[in-house]
Write a protein of this length. Structure first.
Length: 205
């Protein structure tokens, strides 16, 4: 099924070149159901991350309309302001909308305490909003640590040195839809400066 993206978005051109079906926003036929997905993109290289996420969504059997979002207080040193103004909406512009899902990317902020992040207070408001206005939320990397800390009081732990490499992981929930079809043991590339310990997770989680 197609994914709706602005036709001049770099991700749209990349995915079209890969053979995925990309349609312009608003081109859906009357009565056709679309999944409304918001992508809160906090990564420095916006086009790369947009393409990665859109590629996965565009390969699903669902017609997806992807809305790109950044916090109002977000300022990027790597993505031109004109790019953000052209393709992104600030959170205040979408907070009255309802979405079927929210995806929140990581951010290169592991070295900071959450409260030191410039847009942390707004980020917590987005987490509260997501609980009411988004059917599902999926948090990646730093965002997962931030959501665990805010919702469940689970602290992140700084590592003595950066963990980089390809490591073996064990699938502890093979029947979970997110893990279904994956091998019992699989390899994952890792690059991070902090971690969440299983011992800190809420009992029974």
């Amino acid at each position: 099924m197609p994914i709706e993206l602005p036709t001049d978005l770099p991700a749209a051109r990349a995915l079209t070149g890969e053979g995925l079906e990309v349609s312009a926003p608003g081109s859906v036929r009357d009565g056709e159901r679309r999944l409304q997905v918001a992508l809160l993109n906090l990564m420095p290289d916006k086009p790369v991350t947009e393409t990665q996420i859109a590629r996965l969504l565009g390969a699903t059997p669902y017609h997806v309309q992807l809305t790109l979002v950044v916090p109002d207080g977000y300022r990027s040193r790597h993505t031109p302001r004109a790019y953000l103004e052209r393709f992104y909406q600030r959170f205040s512009q979408v907070r009255r909308r309802r979405f079927d899902a929210l995806i929140v990317t990581g951010a290169p902020l592991e070295h900071l305490a959450f409260e030191e992040v410039r847009y942390w207070r707004e980020f917590t408001r987005i987490l509260d909003w997501a609980a009411l206005a988004a059917g599902r939320a999926f948090f990646i990397c730093w965002a997962a640590q931030a959501a665990l800390a805010y919702h469940h009081g689970v602290a992140k732990r700084a590592l003595a040195r950066k963990c980089s490499g390809v490591f073996l992981h064990t699938n502890l929930a093979p029947h979970n839809p997110l893990m279904r079809g994956m091998d019992r043991v699989f390899t994952v590339p890792v690059s991070r400066r902090s971690e969440v310990s299983p011992d800190d997770l809420p009992r029974g989680a």
